[in-house]
Design a protein. Structure first.
Length: 247
């Protein structure tokens, strides 16, 4: 039986990034797309030092609310970080992993300092407009309506959420060894033109996972579910059918 599928959104978006794929994936399995703390309809930002623990707790709460014991845990970019953090804390809840345009490794010093600088600026209310934040994530030539829809989502994200989440990502643990010891099926998807987490990074994750598989989507960047929803759905559905046959 095909397990339920959780898709966790990228930064700085919310679960509406999955609107183009929602109906087609929900037709084949139970689909959950929770908003992380501070985003969309997600819970309030927690007190204390920023970490991905609050995001993991949000996903677990979504599973518990539906009475779901195990699911395929998937995510795009930030969502991939959350998926791997969930494997670390709750491996018994994970039937498979779907890692999309993300990385298993922690930030290096330069990337960590960039995140903390963005967080410090957000504390002062200085955040990039949605179009400026989204455009570098998309492949050149992406349709204007796709860019504009995503930019409108980003424009709704509060500065406090930007600051908290950047600091949480900067503090995340390296999950490379964890991925290497994961015994569940792992599908890695990457956009051919992704400059944030390029295909070489995706290939390293797929090679590290004992049951890993890599698929590259031509002509798209960092956000395949929004840039080429039909191909994204086709890859996910085919993988689920092959790895979790319904009998």
């Amino acid at each position: 039986m095909t397990p339920p599928l959780v898709l966790v959104h990228a930064f700085p978006l919310d679960s509406r990034m999955f609107d183009p794929v929602r109906a087609d994936l929900a037709a084949v399995t139970t689909l959950l797309t929770p908003d992380l703390p501070g985003f969309g309809t997600g819970p309030a930002l927690p007190d204390g030092a920023p970490s991905l623990d609050a995001a993991v707790d949000t996903v677990i709460a979504a599973l518990d609310a539906q009475g779901i014991d195990r699911a395929i845990i998937g995510g795009v970019s930030l969502g991939g970080y959350v998926a791997l953090a969930l494997v670390r804390r709750f491996p018994e809840r994970v039937a498979g992993l779907l890692l999309v345009d993300t990385r298993a490794g922690a930030d290096d010093d330069a990337a960590r300092h960039r995140r903390l600088d963005v967080a410090d600026r957000a504390d002062r209310g200085d955040v990039a407009p949605g179009a400026d934040a989204v455009t570098p994530l998309l492949a050149p030539g992406t349709a204007a309506d796709v860019r504009d829809r995503l930019a409108a989502i980003v424009d709704e994200v509060p500065p406090a959420t930007i600051a908290f989440t950047q600091r949480a990502m900067a503090a995340r643990a390296d999950s490379s060894l964890l991925l290497g010891h994961t015994d569940v099926p792992v599908l890695v998807i990457v956009g051919e033109l992704d400059t944030v987490t390029p295909p070489a990074v995706a290939r390293h994750m797929a090679d590290a996972a004992p049951r890993g598989e890599l698929n590259e989507i031509p002509g798209v960047g960092h956000l395949p579910p929004a840039e080429d929803p039909a191909e994204f759905v086709a890859l996910v559905r085919r993988w689920m059918h092959e790895v979790f046959p319904t009998g």
